[in-house]
Design a protein around this ligand. Structure first.
Ligand SMILES: [Fe+2]
Ligand SMILES: [Fe+2]
Length: 130
């Protein structure tokens, strides 16, 4: 596939995934406000973003591989979040005086470390079982 198309697929999937989670939260809010019909509209739409739009684009992009590939992909993603993204976001938020955001970024970064380590252990387990 053309690299630009592949890149656009990734961007589109990020948008669809974000819309899925956002609409799920919007539905929660609408339900709290007693607007069941609006909650259902957000939820139905969220499901289409996830199960149709994201899933179909993921299929085209070849997102899902075998378990080894998926674990390696997940380890790479979590490692980036731990070593680069959340580390830098926490530093930048702290430097900008956004203490709450800095603390949140640091805490999430620690969670991602746990995810990374669990994925590493799972990959090791698969390798040892062969
Ligand atoms: Fe969509
Ligand atoms: Fe994670």
């Amino acid at each position: 596939m053309n690299p630009k198309t592949q890149d656009n697929l990734l961007k589109a999937m990020h948008g669809e995934a974000f819309a899925f989670v956002k609409y799920t939260l919007f539905a929660q809010k609408a339900r709290q406000n007693g607007r069941e019909e609006l909650a259902a509209l957000f939820e139905t739409t969220a499901q289409i973003e996830r199960l149709e739009h994201f899933a179909e684009e993921a299929e085209l992009a070849g997102l899902v591989g075998n378990d080894d590939d998926n674990l390696r992909d997940a380890i790479q993603g979590e490692s980036y979040e731990v070593d680069t993204m959340y580390r830098e976001f926490a530093e930048q938020a702290s430097a900008a005086g956004d203490a709450d955001a800095a603390a949140r970024f640091a805490e999430v970064g620690r969670d991602e470390m746990g995810h990374r380590d669990a994925f590493k252990a799972a990959l090791q387990k698969i390798k040892l079982a062969r």
